[in-house]
Design a protein around this ligand. Structure first.
Ligand code: PMP
Length: 358
């Protein structure tokens, strides 16, 4: 049998593992921060009609620049943004890959403050960018002083910030974004995949875009919109950044079906985003219930919660799985992450937690 070792693979990819949250067929799946609520029937019909209307023209390439979709996304974001400030791709992962292709790559560096989203270093690896693993504080916070000291030490070409941060759930102190923007020589990407779940009063970096041409905010329809299977992520930035990613994007990267489905979903956003409050309620229920029994829990502005297990989080993860509850081991010793699901899923998790956690 041929193995990877037999192929002329790039040296810097040898020995690496692909991104891989297990996709197991269990009753309660709370491991990838999806929205647990299925797409409502009225929205299914609207997306169906929009996709149907594209089918006869599938002999033609789609709008390469996705202008109508970018117009709808800009209107959703507000903050005075126009289609020229917005770019979309197949998930915010692809948006971030394009940003690395345009602004990092061979001979350049990207820095992130861990623990954070595990795809950031993998996207760096795939684009030949050298990754610099900077650190959050032991309580998972990040102070402007700590961020600045690490930036000064490493002087990266591109910085990833993540707010609310995955896997800790905590939103960034807005002072960190301003401080990093003031000090960084290169691009600053703020990954706001979970922005819609933030507690009231949490500011978005969108408010800082004006006057900061090296700032990029990435968002996704995978979480709050419950559109993970539709694959639609986007960014907001200075129009010059949108010009830059167009140098590296594949032509026609967003299919006509994706563009039509995403536009229909955006038009139905009131129905889709109605799930956000219900999910936040279950998130706060998880935080409250675990804290009440003495379990340490990180503050969460997202649709998931990071909590303490015993020393062996791998054994705890397996114990949850044995009870039909799939959650996430993000590789942080002594901690596991659970997505806030619907009330029944949350109850299943909390019942198992009561049995498993010390
Ligand atoms: N950023 C963060 C912080 C995430 O947690 C995720 C999804 N797990 C993404 C980006 C990627 O989402 P998508 O590609 O589905 O937009």
């Amino acid at each position: 049998m041929t193995t990877l070792d037999d192929l002329p693979l790039r040296d810097d990819l040898r020995g690496r593992s692909p991104y891989g949250a297990p996709q197991l067929d269990v009753a309660v799946r709370l491991n990838t921060n999806e929205n647990s609520y299925p797409v409502p029937d009225a929205v299914v019909d609207a997306i169906g009609k929009a996709v149907q209307a594209e089918l006869r023209d599938l002999n033609r390439y789609p709008d390469r620049d996705a202008v109508a979709l970018r117009t709808d996304l800009a209107a959703y974001l507000g903050h005075g943004l126009t289609p020229a400030h917005v770019w979309a791709a197949n998930g915010s992962n692809e948006v971030q890959q394009q940003l690395l292709q345009a602004f990092a790559g061979p001979g350049r560096t990207a820095l992130g403050f861990g623990p954070s989203y595990s795809m950031h270093p993998l996207l760096a690896a795939g684009t030949g960018t050298r990754w610099i693993g900077a650190h959050r504080d032991p309580d998972f916070g990040l102070t402007p002083a700590s961020a600045l000291a690490q930036l000064e030490e490493h002087d990266p070409d591109l910085v990833f910030l993540c707010s609310p941060n995955n896997p800790t759930g905590t939103a960034l102190d807005p002072g960190v974004v301003t401080a990093v923007l003031g000090a960084a020589r290169g691009m600053v990407i703020v990954d706001e995949a979970y922005a819609e779940f933030a507690r009231p009063g949490t500011p978005s970096a969108l408010a800082l875009l004006s006057g900061h041409p090296r700032l990029v905010v990435t968002r996704t329809m995978s979480k709050a919109f419950g559109f993970a299977g539709g694959r639609l992520g986007y960014l907001a930035a200075d129009p010059a950044v949108v010009d830059a990613v167009q140098l590296v994007r594949l032509p026609y990267h967003l299919s006509a079906l994706t563009q039509a489905a995403a536009r229909a979903a955006l038009a139905e956003r009131d129905a889709l985003l109605a799930t956000v409050d219900a999910i936040k309620e279950q998130r706060d229920r998880i935080v409250g219930t675990l804290r009440a029994r003495g379990t340490e829990v990180a503050d969460s502005d997202a649709n998931f919660v990071l909590f303490r297990t015993g020393a062996d989080q791998r054994a705890a993860w397996q114990a949850f799985l044995d009870r039909g509850v799939l959650i996430r081991d993000v590789g942080l010793p002594g901690w596991l992450r659970v997505t806030a699901g619907d009330p029944a899923e949350t109850s299943a998790f909390l019942t198992a937690a009561e049995e498993i956690l010390p």
